[in-house]
Design a binder for this molecule. Sequence first.
Ligand SMILES: NC(=O)C1=CN([C@@H]2O[C@H](COP(=O)(O)OP(=O)(O)OC[C@H]3O[C@@H](n4cnc5c(N)ncnc54)[C@H](O)[C@@H]3O)[C@@H](O)[C@H]2O)C=CC1
Ligand SMILES: Nc1nc(=O)c2c([nH]1)NC[C@@H]1CN(c3ccc(C(=O)N[C@@H](CCC(=O)O)C(=O)O)cc3)CN21
Length: 292
Amino acid sequence: MTNASQSSYSIEFFPPKGPKGEARLDDARARLAELGPAFFSVTFGAGGTTRSGTLKTVKRCMETTGIPAAPHLSCVEGTRESIGEFLDNYKAAGVDRIVALRGDLPEGMDRPAGEFAYANELVEFIRERHGDDFHIEVGCYPEYHPQAPSPAADVDNFVRKVKAGADSAMTQYFYNADAYFNFCDEAAAKGVDIPIVPGIMPITNFEQVSRFSAMCGADIPRWIRQKMESYGDDLESVQAFGQDLVARLCERLLAGGAPGLHFYSLNKADPTCWLWRELGLPTQDTASAANG
Ligand SMILES: NC(=O)C1=CN([C@@H]2O[C@H](COP(=O)(O)OP(=O)(O)OC[C@H]3O[C@@H](n4cnc5c(N)ncnc54)[C@H](O)[C@@H]3O)[C@@H](O)[C@H]2O)C=CC1
Ligand SMILES: Nc1nc(=O)c2c([nH]1)NC[C@@H]1CN(c3ccc(C(=O)N[C@@H](CCC(=O)O)C(=O)O)cc3)CN21
């Protein structure tokens, strides 16, 4: 069992698109900040967002909430010079945590072709250039990354990122707790002892989750798909089933020793707030009460 007070509960955003997206995120962030997450993270170039949007969103998170914010940094399209510049800008902005990724390959690129091929090289570069200035977080894949040559090669890749200096990891989302526990065992057998925090994707829009899962290699078990599809346009049932399903997943993960949870909020407050309360996770109020 993990010690709840040492567990890390965090929440992810993407940089908003346009003034309406900004206003929606301002509102969601204010509500999510009340939960007292350990940090927010902000994606980099995911789903057609701009890479400069990440720093702007990170700054706004820190300024408006006082909660640390960690930019994602993907290296697949970067050079040592451009990545170095991002790092310097993040440092200057007071950032002390970075999520270091290779990044999704842009359309038309079927293998990495730039100065950095894989995330372990980015981790090395950050350590080389900035020592211990940043807490470095990396991604990992309980159901294995879709481009991995084999499951063992994917675990080895994760081990390389840890050896290069990663302090903790967040996983790709998944709906099968056993995949997570198995992955943690495989990593532990290879000497990995950093926290591996499950990434949690709430399901409120099944079509959207389904589409994204096909792209990123997350399995949606048949029984879940069947049930979701049976609800058709009955969004209320989709949401009730999805939220309950994900809450039970989180409970199993925490009961089995997961060292926290990282929520992919998709810039919406309701699904993550509901899960947080349903699970009884520590909130800002309970945290400050516990601290005296
Ligand atoms: N929190 C987040 O935002 C998350 C983002 N992602 C995304 O997933 C994508 C992958 O990023 P990372 O995990 O950082 O990539 P990575 O560089 O660790 O691995 C990417 C792929 O390359 C393979 N690979 C690594 N080294 C290799 C080598 N030497 N030879 C052959 N294959 C090798 C890996 O097995 C994996 O299939 C990114 O788009 C990232 O943004 C995934 C999970 C969470
Ligand atoms: N391969 C991969 N790339 C990522 O960027 C990524 C992961 N996996 N896994 C974890 C999180 C989840 N991320 C996601 C997941 C879904 C959407 C998504 O559905 N986006 C909508 C638009 C969002 C909106 O404007 O509401 C889309 O239709 O693409 C975005 C980022 C980013 N992260």
